[in-house]
Design a protein around this ligand. Structure first.
Ligand SMILES: C[S@@+](CC[C@H](N)C(=O)[O-])C[C@H]1O[C@@H](n2cnc3c(N)ncnc32)[C@H](O)[C@@H]1O
Length: 339
């Protein structure tokens, strides 16, 4: 029997759509972080960064804290069958561990790893495969998808209770937009586990300066430079500068990598010519960190149905429980969809 894996590809990841996003990004000098995971070389390079710097990979206490959250979901599983949606799953290691824990409790689990990156979503599928007989990877740009409920309904073999995971994606995706699509997708009693990079309590700038070392290092910069190299821009054409920006409206901060051009560059990408002048800069990457208060505000707006984007609102998501690592750098939120 063939070991080939069927995969769904959403139109948001068709080449013409991706090319348009790339053109828009280069015109506005803003690279969406999703472009850093797309190729096999980028996925391999990000894996090295993740293994070296992600607290969930490095730190036993952080691993334990994820285990607690996985177990908190179990009592809420009402049916013997359920579906796990791994949104922005990356390598899918966290979802695979959750599946391992839940499999003795559930009779049947279907698993839908969802990510924009083809190599990563395949890895996530393979990591979860031992615990789920019905699993299907979905390649989808979560920031450009209005029809997530239809996508999931079409790709699902069964209609059953759902658990959605959002691990490591809030640093890069708009939380209001992603929670709004989740609310449209989930039904009463469905559950969500979501990780958030936090601003530790105390002097935020000082604490963030210390966290910046997880980002401003040669391994991460090499990973980010792969995107430019694919466009034909040599690393020597400029230099990377990391800065910390405050996003006051969201009570958040952003760690941003800027590529400063030290010489003039002209390139062809997605059918268009782009010129970068000496001294110009391109936003190469960003990662949001929320204060616990900022995140609580976002969640309470959802509870009250008071977001700017009312379309697609389904069952409200209510906070069941939350955990914070001892360092205060990472939070996990367990939400449940209510009627
Ligand atoms: C920081 S990694 C986290 C991966 C994994 N969930 C974890 O916790 O280790 C972010 C993931 O989100 C994916 N991603 C980023 N933007 C995306 C988008 N717009 N649509 C779908 N996936 C996206 C990336 O491809 C990557 O796998």
């Amino acid at each position: 029997m063939s070991t080939a894996v069927p995969m769904w590809v959403h139109p948001s990841c068709f080449p013409a759509q991706v090319a348009e996003q790339l053109r828009q990004g280069l015109r506005h000098r803003l690279v969406d972080p999703k472009f850093h995971y797309a190729t096999y070389a980028q996925a391999r390079s990000w894996r090295r960064v993740h293994e070296q710097y992600a607290p969930s990979h490095q730190d036993a206490a952080t691993k334990d804290f994820y285990e607690q959250a996985y177990r908190a979901v179990l009592p809420g599983l009402r049916e013997h069958e359920f579906q796990l949606l791994g949104l922005g799953c990356g390598l899918g290691q966290k979802e695979a561990r959750f599946l391992e824990i839940v499999t003795p409790v559930a009779e049947a689990v279907s698993y839908l790893p969802v990510d924009m990156s083809v190599p990563l979503v395949i890895d996530a599928y393979l990591a979860g495969h031992p615990w789920s007989e019905s699993s299907r990877p979905i390649v989808c740009d979560l920031s450009n998808t209005c029809d997530l409920p239809e996508v999931i309904a079409t790709t699902s073999l069964h209609d059953c209770q759902r658990v959605a995971t959002l691990f490591g994606v809030l640093p890069q995706l708009d939380p209001v937009a992603i929670f709004t699509s989740l609310q449209a997708l989930l039904r009463p009693q469905d559950q969500v586990l979501c990780s958030v990079n936090l601003v530790p309590p105390g002097a935020p700038r000082q604490r963030l300066e210390a966290i910046l070392a997880q980002y401003d290092n040669s391994l991460t910069n090499e990973w980010l430079l792969l995107f430019l190299r694919d466009l034909g821009i040599e690393a020597e054409a400029g230099h990377i500068e990391w800065v910390i920006d405050e996003v006051a409206a969201q009570e958040a901060y952003r760690l941003v990598a800027w590529f400063h051009f030290d010489r003039e560059v002209q390139l062809e990408a997605a059918g268009e010519t782009f010129h970068f002048r000496f001294g110009e800069k391109l936003q190469l990457f960003f990662s949001h960190r929320y204060t616990p208060e900022g995140l609580t505000n976002i969640l309470s707006q959802l509870r009250a149905g008071r977001t700017d984007r009312q379309n697609g609102f389904g069952a409200p998501l209510l906070l069941e429980n939350s955990w914070r690592t001892a360092s205060g750098e990472e939070g996990l939120y367990h939400l449940r969809s209510h009627a």
